[in-house]
Write a protein that binds this ligand. Structure first.
Ligand SMILES: Cc1ncc(COP(=O)(O)O)c(C=O)c1O
Length: 441
């Protein structure tokens, strides 16, 4: 018998690895499984690997001294409020400021209809919690945001994907899907959509389609959940008009300071019709009592005293330069059979491999060549996406992005040669869930 105390060490894992409670979990927990590719991503976070996988904002571009002073000043001057419980709906002054931010996308709303949440991820959780019974249908673009798909799975929703192209959701596909589900008697609880600079596809719903999507959903009585964390990170022109701007009663809008300030504050929000808002506040209170007063006041102080629109401009310019580096490298280096989207903002490019290639099977080889991406299957709930991959340009510097594309192109070229010789490229051993961790979402 070994006794770790003899060596003054604590064992990394204690007790049995067998799960004694395996038959006790709620049915909803069966959908909560770690990705089989998580271990690969752990390797991918090593400095020698160029990660085109992560969706982390480049917070180093913030004036960190200013943030430090702001936080310290907050504790000194307003400590008794900042360190106290707050209300379930969120700080009233911050909710006013959030309304000002949303005006940039054409939304005119009252602070009373805003609920501050722990990132927009919690807003997603609360919306799903109040609307979804097991088996209920949620419509979502195919592909869609992994964090939302994970939440929908946790509440046992059935996700039905709606087709999307370079201009966003295809309205005809939306109408047909709604019709087919209605005819089959399947209740649709809401359409979840990321209309602007979509994660993972990078595409934006064009203006004409925005109206069509609103009309189709209104006619069918389908609530829209508009998730918009990237809307202010456009590279050209003015921000797009939000769907919520044209239908206050038919849209729940989700926003976040994660990409325009920093995700570490964990401040997001939901703007909802009155009755939905009331349910969200109750759900929020049962989940966490109240959001952190401290981070809400810190974000409020930042918006009140700092040139936040200038900071967003800085982020936009930085991400535009990285987007350009990625697109130029793809054009210069990728085999001609590979195609990809051209985002006008946000963090992501969605690439499609030629027939016979499988992005998840290629990932181990890519990581061995010191480049990482997220395979496409994680962004669908129906196993689609095998030939696709998400490439993000938000975090690595432009030279690293170019080097990453050079490595990836080499791997894909070899895969094409394999396919041409043997009829297929690398293949996967077994299917599985691909949900990456939060830093990759
Ligand atoms: C589309 C989308 N929605 C929601 C979130 C969650 O963001 P947060 O909880 O940090 O606000 C993310 C994060 O990457 C995202 O890409």
């Amino acid at each position: 018998m070994t006794d770790e105390r003899d060596h003054g060490q604590t064992p990394a894992t204690q007790g049995s690895r067998i799960d004694a409670y395996v038959d006790r979990y709620a049915a909803r927990a069966t959908g909560m499984v770690a990705s089989e590719i998580r271990a690969l991503f752990a390797v991918a976070s090593r400095p020698e690997v160029v990660s085109l996988a992560g969706g982390m904002p480049y917070v180093t571009a913030l004036p960190l001294d200013m943030v430090g002073e702001l936080v310290s000043d907050l504790v000194t001057r307003r400590g008794p409020v900042a360190l106290q419980y707050g209300s379930g709906q969120g700080d009233p002054h911050l909710r006013e400021q959030i309304c000002e931010v949303m005006r940039m996308e054409g939304i005119h709303a009252g602070a009373n209809d805003v609920v501050v949440t722990v990132g927009s991820q919690q807003a997603l959780d609360l919306i799903t919690r109040i609307f979804i019974d097991p088996g209920d249908v949620v419509l979502a673009e195919g592909p869609s945001y992994v964090g939302a798909l994970g939440t929908f799975a946790a509440y046992q929703a059935k996700v039905v994907h709606v087709a999307m192209d370079e201009q966003g959701i295809v309205p005809e596909s939306l109408a047909q899907t709604i019709y087919a589900l209605e005819t089959a008697g399947a209740p649709i609880k809401f359409l979840y959509t990321i209309p602007t600079f979509q994660n993972p596809a990078g595409v934006t719903l064009n203006l004409a389609r925005r109206q069509q999507v609103l009309d189709i959903c209104q006619r069918a009585g389908v609530l829209i959940v508009e998730d918009n964390p990237y809307g202010l990170l456009g590279f050209d022109g003015e921000p797009m008009r939000a769907l919520r701007a044209d239908n206050p009663d038919g849209v729940v809008y989700l926003g976040s300071f994660s990409k325009t300030l920093a995700p570490g504050f964990r401040v997001g929000w939901a703007l909802a019709p009155h009755a939905v808002r009331d349910k969200l506040v109750l759900a929020m209170e049962s989940a966490v009592l109240s959001h952190s007063s401290f981070t809400q006041l810190a974000v409020g102080q930042y918006l009140a005293t700092q040139p936040w629109q200038e900071q967003i401009k800085t982020f936009r310019e930085l991400y535009r330069e990285r987007r350009d580096a990625l697109l130029e490298a793809l054009v210069a280096l990728m085999p001609p059979e590979v195609t990809w989207t051209r985002p006008g903002g946000g963090f992501f490019v969605w690439a499609t491999l030629p027939e016979g290639l499988d992005s998840k099977a290629i990932l181990p080889r890519a990581v061995a060549e010191r480049v990482a991406f997220v395979p496409g299957t994680g962004f669908f709930s129906d196993g689609s996406g095998a030939r696709q991959m998400r490439l993000s340009y938000c975090y690595p510097e432009p030279d690293r992005i170019r080097e990453g594309v050079r490595r990836l192109s080499g791997v894909i070229e070899q895969e094409i040669q394999l396919r041409d010789t043997f009829g297929t490229g690398s293949t996967r051993g077994h299917a599985g869930v691909d949900t990456p961790g939060p830093d990759l979402a």
